[in-house]
Write a protein of this length. Structure first.
Length: 155
């Protein structure tokens, strides 16, 4: 197996996030967890992953505090994998990826589901990036600038 580069100490927050969720299997596991899958066997069955790969990805997501393990809710000897707040925080990222694919996929007619508001049954509006004052922002409207150094406390 090829050793991959670690981005753990990288200054870029995008690179740092990829350290925790930087492969397609992890995002698909999170997708299934968001829709209620909790057990190893369910993940394996839904995703068709090799058990060793699934085990490694689940362990990594627990280590990164995206998932946590808990005793099975039915009282059996099995464990369940539950999303933490950090894991649930990935929901908008998955929605953004989905919407990107719906817009730019070469064969959008092959996408068989739509994301809807559970209460109203209506499609979810496209995600937008907005300024603090509510203006819609594009790439041209944004830039990176250095973060101010933390202020030192006087003794």
């Amino acid at each position: 197996m090829v050793k991959r580069t670690s981005f753990e100490g990288d200054a870029c927050p995008i690179a740092r996030s990829l350290e925790a969720i930087g492969d397609w299997w992890s995002l698909l596991i999170i997708r299934e967890a968001l829709f209620g899958v909790r057990r190893f066997g369910e993940f394996q069955s839904k995703l068709g992953m090799a058990k060793n790969i699934l085990s490694a990805r689940l362990r990594s997501m627990v280590d990164h505090r995206i998932l946590e393990t808990a005793p099975a809710s039915d009282g059996s000897a099995y464990s369940e994998y539950l999303l933490t707040p950090k894991g649930r925080g990935l929901f908008p990222i998955l929605v953004a990826l989905r919407q990107w694919s719906e817009e730019f996929d070469d064969h959008p007619e092959q996408i068989t589901t739509i994301l809807v508001d559970r209460a109203k049954g209506r499609p979810v509006r496209k995600l937008e990036l907005r300024a603090e004052d509510g203006r819609l922002l594009s790439t041209d409207d944004t830039m990176l600038k250095p973060r101010p150094a933390p202020r030192r406390r006087s003794a």
